[in-house]
Design a protein around this ligand. Sequence first.
Ligand SMILES: Cc1cc2nc3c(=O)[nH]c(=O)nc-3n(C[C@H](O)[C@H](O)[C@H](O)COP(=O)(O)O)c2cc1C
Length: 203
Amino acid sequence: MSKHLLKINASVNTTDSASRQLAGYYESRMIDKYPNLQITHRDLSMGMTPINEDWINASSIPEEKRDQYQQKILALSDHLINELVDADEIVLATPMYNFSVPGNLKIWIDQIARAGKTFQYTAEGPRGLLSDKPVKIIITTGGTPVGSEIDYLSAYLKQIFNFIGITDVSLIAADQLMMDRDNSLKQAKTQIDQLFSNQQQAA
Ligand SMILES: Cc1cc2nc3c(=O)[nH]c(=O)nc-3n(C[C@H](O)[C@H](O)[C@H](O)COP(=O)(O)O)c2cc1C
């Protein structure tokens, strides 16, 4: 069976995007490793539909009791969740916007974090329902150092994946691109190369 990569891009910049470039680099390393790699591209810059009251009501009733309208309103969420379920590995590339996630990525998170489908509350607290799989989060920033006190992006994204059951999360950062873009991108590519050579050593 061939490997299946889900590649998610969140930058609204579609022509000269650093995060897209790094996601592309990651993808090319995956293709080198798995020549039959199956890839699903999810480009959030194409727009995402925000959840609303009808969405919440539809998601909180059992599937078999939903009417046609309620099924329709959850169709995007179902589709995005299936993309996560079907993937063996996920690479999510995102810039930092205003110290946090781009708006379309936040809407994607609202669409995939669904009670009864990707998480559920138990007597012991919340439990993620997805099976664990490797997730690589690629973050680019203009000036904010990743991991600093004003980075409200990296820990948040890790938490979202943990919340839905995915704990195998690695972070690749190309931060402070405004200061030395070439060097920051080079370092991020080195981080990606290291992930692949660590995997080779472990195999
Ligand atoms: C709307 C907007 C908000 C931004 N906010 C921040 C920020 O809070 N901190 C930061 O370091 N860079 C910020 N930036 C810069 C981007 O994070 C930086 O240019 C990033 O690398 C862009 O990635 P991309 O080339 O893949 O689009 C912002 C850029 C935009 C367009």
